[in-house]
Write a protein that binds this ligand. Structure first.
Ligand SMILES: CC(C)(COP(=O)(O)OP(=O)(O)OC[C@H]1O[C@@H](n2cnc3c(N)ncnc32)[C@H](O[C@H]2O[C@H](COP(=O)(O)OP(=O)(O)OP(=O)(O)O)[C@@H](O)[C@H]2O)[C@@H]1O)[C@@H](O)C(=O)NCCC(=O)NCCS
Ligand SMILES: Nc1ncnc2[nH]cnc12
Length: 309
């Protein structure tokens, strides 16, 4: 990392540490000069990292690392999630710059994103001592940051569709991996992170974002609205992390449980909070962590802050 990257990261870190608001909200607050004062690629990297930090901090998330606990993880903590998110800033900025340089969706951009994505994964693993904190997030946010860099005026829905078009292209140098996602796809015949992106992020566009807006409109506070958005994603996603650790039974517990919280009035209601506690306890018993849904909440928060309304 060069001195410029380091200075910007330190400035961003200081901003994060002192912000009384969720980071995504403070970056897009009225009067914030953040976006106007920075090159586009830097601004997009800030927004993407802010989305990762806000996702990690949001509490109480069932089964996941948050401010209360490490959820179903023995090798992750909130500090590790923060460190991983901040370490991805240069990678996300380079992905935005690659899109600006390529200027259009096509194989050169797909190849550049593949190379930068693999470098980002290596940086993440070096930062976390080998723990996979954000593989799915690098994938989703990398595609979305690139789509946004190509088209600064686009809506969240358009950006998700464009990111999907990039994901449909084959990375010319990709090697077939023995990832958890691949193993689960073969065993259970579900789509995973790749298919979710290729379809234009339906879990975000059809479930997460609409729920976020509905909960806010119904008077829920920001944290509750974001929890509800996460639950709406959980209720429909074939999360390969949950399938890997807890099989189809675990996925059913997750989807039904998330649905039950929303049906009881959402995380802001008394009944919803009771159901949320039950879901958390069930996921911990099953050792199940919905990491894919968490990544897609970050994608949802990024799209909200980066897309035009
Ligand atoms: C296309 C890739 C995303 C690779 O996908 P694949 O499915 O082959 O690989 P995985 O390694 O399984 O990673 C997929 C990650 O995506 C998240 N995810 C899961 N389900 C979904 C879904 N339905 N939709 C969207 N996203 C989903 C999830 O990430 C989170 O979980 C991580 C923890 O998972 P895991 O490693 O299984 O960890 P543990 O359970 O803790 O393991 P144990 O302790 O049990 O051992 C966590 O990091 C979250 O981020 C999946 O992990 C893409 O990565 C790829 O092709 N990369 C190559 C480079 C490239 O082209 N990059 C482009 C950049 S734009
Ligand atoms: N908050 C979180 N807890 C566990 N895994 C995750 N992957 C992405 N965000 C996560």
């Amino acid at each position: 990392m060069n001195a410029y990257d380091l200075t910007l990261r330190q400035a961003f870190h200081a901003h994060v540490e002192t912000s009384p608001l969720p980071v995504t909200a403070s970056l897009s607050a009225p009067g914030s000069q953040q976006g106007a004062a920075l090159p586009l690629a830097d601004h997009l990297a800030d927004l993407a990292v802010a989305a990762l930090l806000d996702e990690a901090d949001l509490s109480p998330k069932p089964g996941l690392v948050d401010r209360r606990s490490n959820g179903a993880h023995h090798d992750m903590s909130l500090a590790l999630m923060h460190a991983s998110a901040l370490a991805l800033w240069p990678c996300l900025r380079q992905m935005a710059e690659a899109a600006q340089q390529c200027g259009a969706i096509g194989l050169p951009l797909r190849a550049a994103l593949g190379r930068l994505g693999r470098e980002g994964e290596a940086t993440m693993l070096a930062t976390t001592g080998g723990v996979n904190t954000h593989r799915g997030a690098i994938w989703a946010l990398g595609l979305l940051v690139a789509a946004r860099a190509l088209d600064p005026g686009a809506s969240a829905e358009t950006l998700a569709r464009r990111a999907g078009r990039i994901a449909l292209l084959d990375d010319p140098v990709a090697v077939m991996s023995d990832s958890h996602g691949n193993q689960v796809r073969q065993r259970h015949g579900v789509g995973g992170a790749r298919e979710q992106a290729q379809q234009g992020f339906p879990a975000v566009i059809e479930h997460g974002l609409p729920q976020l807006r509905r909960s806010r409109a119904a008077g829920a506070g920001e944290a509750h609205a974001r929890l509800d958005a996460l639950l709406a994603i959980m209720a429909t996603l074939s999360d390969t992390c949950v399938l890997w650790r807890a099989g189809p039974e675990g996925l059913q517990v997750l989807q039904r449980g998330a649905d039950a919280v929303l049906a009881a009035g959402g995380s802001a209601s008394l009944g919803g909070r009771r159901r949320l506690r039950e879901l958390d306890a069930q996921l911990l018993r099953l050792n199940a962590s919905p990491g894919g849904a968490a990544d897609l909440l970050a994608a949802c928060l990024f799209l909200e802050s980066a897309g035009s309304v």
